[in-house]
Each structure stands twice: as C-alpha cells, then as structure tokens.
Design a protein around this ligand. Structure first.
Ligand code: GLN
Length: 201
C-alpha cells in the first residue's frame, strides 16, 4: 500500500494509524524530519494544536512539513490537525503558528468546552449517500472558506466543518474514533493518485 505517515508528536495518532492500516496503507509514525522522506502522504491527528505547533518547531519538523505541503504532498488533518493546516487561526494562543496550506480561517474551540462535545450526522456528498456520524471534541469551526478551498460538509446551522483543497483535507471532527473510514479512504485515493501522477510524469 501507499506509505502514509501519522504525525505522532501528540494526540490521537494511534487511532489514525489503526484506521490507515486497516485500509491497506503502509503506516509509519513521524516524529523526526528525516522520517518525512519515507512517506507519500501524512495525517495530522486531533489533540492540542498549541502543543503540536510548539513540538513541531522544536523538533525541526515545521519547515520541512511546510515544504512538503507546498510540494503537493496529500495531508489530512482532523480537529487540531485541521488547525495546523489552516492558513489563518482565530483564538490562537500568543505566538501560535500553523503550517498552513488550506485557504481557510478556522476558530479554535468554537463549540465550547470539552463537556460540550457532541455528535451529529452529516451529509457529505463527496463520500456518498450514507450520512457521516461526526464526533466533535472541542473542535474548530471553519469560519470562512477562501477561493482556493471547498467546503465538504456543514452542520445544520450552516457552519462548515470539513474542507478540501487539492490534496489537502481537513475535518473539525474525528472520524478515526468511531469507525467512519470514508474520509481516510478518500485521503488514500489522493495519495495513490499522486503517486500514479508522479510515476507517469
Ligand atoms: N481544542 C484543540 C486545539 O485547539 C483541538 C481539539 C481536538 O483536536 N480534539 O488544538
């Protein structure tokens, strides 16, 4: 299968690794810059974006990651991972940076505190007719979608909670924790397509 890394600095990287393995990917955990050389795609898990940001810079991963994103590597971010991929982050802590790549503005903790976590069914036309059961845990909302990005799903009040832009994908919620594999499968198709494109170039 395609070689897919999961950023393993912090957060629920094991759940993502499990889903990706089940879908046939060759999965590795990424903590060091040189480990980026061995992957064709990357998942950035949920967790805490402020911590992931600090650790990715401290370990020298942030700059090589930005370079791979600019080079077109497929990346899927859930929750904190979506925050890491957003070009603009509202309600960030002082000094917090993101990797960027997705032409969106996100707002951290937009649905309130941990005990205001909720679950809902979403329509995601890109993934087919069956609704997606989405688990929100102190997730961000996408406050605006720039011209380069596309909304994939909204909650009933109209707010955007899933986006894509070329080979980048982000969700405010956590499909890795409730057996919803279709986002990961969608992401793996991007990884496979990119490998095929490169081989034929
Ligand atoms: N609130 C976290 C943050 O801002 C995200 C929560 C999550 O990933 N479940 O990074």
């Amino acid at each position: 299968g395609p070689r897919v890394g999961v950023l393993a600095l912090q957060g629920d990287f094991r759940e993502h690794a499990h889903v990706l393995s089940r879908l046939g990917a060759h999965v590795s955990l990424v903590r060091r810059p040189e480990e980026l050389d061995a992957i064709d795609g990357l998942v950035i898990p949920g967790g805490e974006s402020t911590v992931m940001d600090k650790l990715s810079r401290a370990y020298g991963l942030a700059e090589p990651l930005k370079a791979r994103i600019a080079d077109g590597m497929p990346v899927y971010g859930t929750c904190a991972g979506l925050i890491m991929l957003a070009d603009t982050v509202l309600d960030a802590i002082a000094g917090q940076e993101s990797l960027g790549g997705l032409d969106v503005v996100v707002r951290r903790n937009a649905f309130g505190s941990q005990n205001q976590s909720f679950e809902t069914d979403l329509e995601v036309p890109a993934l087919g007719d069956a609704p997606v059961h989405a688990v929100f845990i102190r997730g961000p909302v996408v406050e605006s979608v720039g011209p380069a990005a596309t909304a994939l799903a909204t909650i009933p009040d109209g707010r955007v909670v899933a986006v894509e832009q070329g080979d980048l994908l982000g969700t405010s919620f956590h499909p890795e924790i409730n057996g919803e594999y279709r986002f990961h499968a969608y992401f793996l198709r991007k990884v496979r397509d990119r490998i095929a494109d490169r081989a034929s170039a």
